[in-house]
Design a protein around this ligand. Sequence first.
Ligand code: NAD
Length: 368
Amino acid sequence: MIDMNRRGLVIAAGSAITASAVGLPAMAATAGRKLGYAIVGLGGYGLGIIIPQFKNCEHSKLVALVSGDPAKAKRVAAEYGVPESGIYDYKNFDSIKDNPEIDIVYVCLPVSMHAEYTIRAAQAGKHVMCEKPMAVSSKECEAMIAACKKAGKKLMIGYRCHFEAHNLEAIRLARSGAIGKLRYFRSEHGFTAGNPNAWRLKKAMSGGGSLMDIGIYALNAARYMTGEEPIAVYAKETTDRNDPRFKEVEDMIEFQLEFPSGVIGSCMSMYSANQNHILLMGDKGRIDLEPGTRYDGNKLWVGQDRSKQVDPPPGPGKTQWAAQLDHLSQCIVNNKEPIVAGEEGLRDIRIVEAIYRSAREQKRIVLA
Ligand code: NAD
C-alpha cells in the first residue's frame, strides 16, 4: 500500500514513519471551532514554550491551566485570557471532566508524572498530548495507550521535530535519493546539566539520565530519518559517579543501532557537553543538520560537504509547535491517528530500555 503525502512524495504505508516527518496527511479544517487545550505544569516548557504558541495556531486555543501554584496560575490566566473557571490544581484535576471547553490535556510535567496525568485525563474524557519521553518505562507507556483506547481518546507525544521544517526537508531529501543509498546515520545530542537537585537528575522522577531527556532526540531521529526500526542495539555508558550531578543517572551513553537495510546508526547522548547534530551518509553524499533539533536556528546542508546549505520550504505550521498542537486538534476532528501517537513514544522507550540493558550487560541486544 502506498500513500501520497502533502508534498507529493510517495511513501510506503506501514513503514516506521508512514506520513510522519515527510509531511502531514491532508485533513479538513476544524469547522471554525478551535479545540481547547489545558496545560498541565507551568514550568520551563509548558509556560515558557507551549503557552505562547497558541497565538500561532489555527485550530487550537488555550482554555485551562493546571498548576500547584495558585498565584502563578492566576497571573498566567490573566496574561493569556484564561477564565478563572479554567484554573485547576493537582487535587481537583479530575473535575476537568465537567469543563466542556477542554478537549485536550497537554502533560508538561516531570516524566514520572506523565502516566498518571495521561490516564486521569483520559478517564476524565479528554484527549491527551504528552511530552517526551513518554514515561519512565514501557509498562507505563502501555498503560497510557490502553487508558486512552478504553476512553476512546487520542494520545499524541510531543515530538515537535516531526513538524520542523529542516527535519522534514532532510527526510524528503533522504527519501528522494539525494545522497544515494543511505549507509550511516550519526547523531550527538547533549547539554551541560547544572543543578544536581533538578528532577532531571533524580532517577525516580526522570526514569534515567541524558538518554531519556536529550539522547532520545538522536534515537527518534535515527528512526524517522532512516524510516526503519532498529533490529539490535549496542551501548556503552561513561559516567563520573563522583560528580554530584550523576549520583543517580547517566551522563554519557553511546549507542549503536542496526537497521534491517544494513544502515548503522551511531549516537551519543550527553549531560556534560552541548551538542546537537544529525548526519546522514549515503553512497553519493551527506545530509547534515547542525543544530538539527533546536527550537530555532537549525541548519541543513546537502552534498559531499557543507558547501551547499539548504533553505527548507516552510513547515506545516507557523512554527513547529503550532503545527504540533494543531495536528492533534485536526486528528480529533477528522478522526485520524496522530503521526506521533502513543505507540511512537512506546517504541522509543522500548529501545531506550534495550540501550540501558546493553550498557549494563555489556552485550548486543536483539530487539523484538
Ligand atoms: P520544569 O521543571 O521546568 O517544569 C515542570 C513543571 O512541573 C513545573 O511547573 C513544576 O512545578 C511542575 N511539577 C508538578 N509536580 C512536580 C513535582 N512533584 N516535582 C517537580 N515538578 C513538579 O520541566 P520542563 O523542562 O518544563 O519539562 C516538563 C516536560 O517537558 C518534561 O517531560 C520534559 O521532558 C518536556 N520537555 C520537552 C521539550 C521539547 O522540546 N519537547 C523541552 C523541554 C522539556
